[in-house]
Design a protein around this ligand. Structure first.
Ligand code: NAD
Ligand code: WQD
Length: 353
């Protein structure tokens, strides 16, 4: 298939490109580079073994640019990563998040339907479950109250996509709810490249390990978890990337079989999958695994809880295995090894393009 990859220069997008090409697909990337660097695309092309990955610096809110793109390419499907994703920033700048993520996606969907491209995989998030009603979280778990505008953009866009599919059954919508992506390509050539102070645990750990920050703050040790620190379902980004390739089969002949199995979903052609490992690890589990595997210590200090955090979040990934034949291959050791390999080789992230 020829796939439009929005946000393809970013962390998850760049890893997904490698999996797509290795599976025999081709891709065209659009990205406004607001949170990414084109060097990631050059390096992804090197890892794939192609001279370049077709790239257009386009903002998904730019209807005219999207129209021109679709006039020159035929796409079988879109994998839609583009969006702003910093939880704290979204609290400070809600309008910017709703406008970019929701406004941009509405424009993208409109241009897609004008050009009869009605297959989409959307990057959703475990955040839509809020404080989850059940652990492990299955796709039947009701959606919850999000604690920030970023989370609401994901929750609302899921609804938008399902409603559009219901009104026009030519659409095929796959919602992948990612748990906590970490790790990097094992080569260490591409990885997560946060701007400024990292919000997420793993890039914070690697920046402490490489000496950029003095110590990790552990946000709370009084949760109702085995060691009191927050428990999450970390997933290696290469496993997450592979899940997108597996999800493409929803757009082929198999899809009727898959939808037939999804009886619990009212709207049969909007398919929802949890993408995680099904294992929960605490903050201290991650710190200890990092030190054990990499031989590098990570000084830390217990701090107060972070507003909006929940104690425990991990999924039951059985549905993705049963219907897509996808399951995570990598464990915690590979996650911390590859995160460190990327950071060690690229202490300042990507170079200027
Ligand atoms: P990322 O920031 O590395 O990638 C997103 C890309 O989208 C960036 O390259 C950015 O420049 C681009 N972008 C943003 N707004 C755009 C616009 N208006 N037009 C064109 N390009 C735009 O983030 P990521 O970690 O790779 O996440 C990819 C997707 O997965 C996002 O939608 C994110 O919300 C979602 N997600 C991420 C996580 C996570 O923890 N990383 C978890 C769940 C869901
Ligand atoms: C993990 C654990 C923290 C940083 C976020 C978004 C979610 C999704 C994934 C996009 C928690 C603890 C963290 C630190 C710490 N993103 N922590 N010190 O909060 O599970 O999910 O990223 O969709 O929407 O909310 O991930 O990596 O921020 O935190 O102790 O410096 O690490 O309290 O227990 P989270 P995280």
């Amino acid at each position: 298939m020829n796939i439009l990859v929005t946000g393809g220069a970013g962390f998850i997008g760049s890893h997904t490109l490698i999996e797509l090409y290795h599976a025999g697909h081709t891709a065209v990337v659009i990205d406004n580079l607001s949170n990414s660097n084109p060097v990631a695309l050059r390096r992804a092309a090197e890892l794939i073994g192609v001279p370049e990955i077709p790239f257009h610096q386009i903002d998904i809110r730019d209807r005219q640019a999207l129209e021109q793109l679709f006039a020159h390419h035929t796409f079988d499907a879109c994998i839609h990563f583009a969006g702003l994703k910093a939880v704290g920033e979204s609290v400070a700048k809600p309008w910017e998040y709703y406008e970019n993520n929701i406004g941009g996606t509405l424009t993208l969907l409109d241009v897609m339907r004008h050009h009869h491209c009605k297959n989409i995989i959307f990057s959703s998030s475990a955040t839509v479950y809020g404080d989850p009603a059940e652990i492990p979280i299955t796709e039947n778990c009701p959606k919850g109250t999000c604690t920030n505008p970023y989370g609401w953009t994901k929750s609302m866009l899921e609804q938008v996509l399902m409603d559009i599919q219901k009104a026009d059954p030519e659409w095929n919508v796959v919602l992948l709810r990612y748990f906590n992506p970490v790790g990097a390509h094992p080569s260490g050539r591409i990885g997560e490249n946060p701007n400024g102070i990292p919000n997420n645990l793993m890039p914070y750990i690697t920046q402490v390990a490489v000496g950029k920050r003095p110590e990790l703050g552990v946000f709370g040790d009084d949760y109702d978890t085995p060691d009191g620190t927050g428990v999450r379902d970390y997933i290696h980004v290469c496993d997450l990337a592979a899940a997108h390739v597996a999800a493409l089969q929803c757009f082929t002949a198999h899809s009727s079989q898959i939808t037939a199995h999804s009886s619990q979903i009212t709207n049969h052609k909007s398919l929802i999958y949890n993408i995680g490992t099904g294992h929960g690890y605490s903050v201290l589990d991650m710190v200890n695994a990092f030190t054990r595997v990499n031989g590098v210590s990570v000084p830390y200090r217990i701090q107060p809880r972070r507003a909006g955090d929940i104690a425990t979040c991990y999924c039951d990934p059985a549905k993705a295995k049963a219907e897509l034949g996808w399951e995570a291959k990598y464990g915690i050791d590979e996650m911390v090894r590859d995160s460190w390999n990327w950071q060690r080789q690229n202490p300042e992230g990507y170079p200027e393009p």
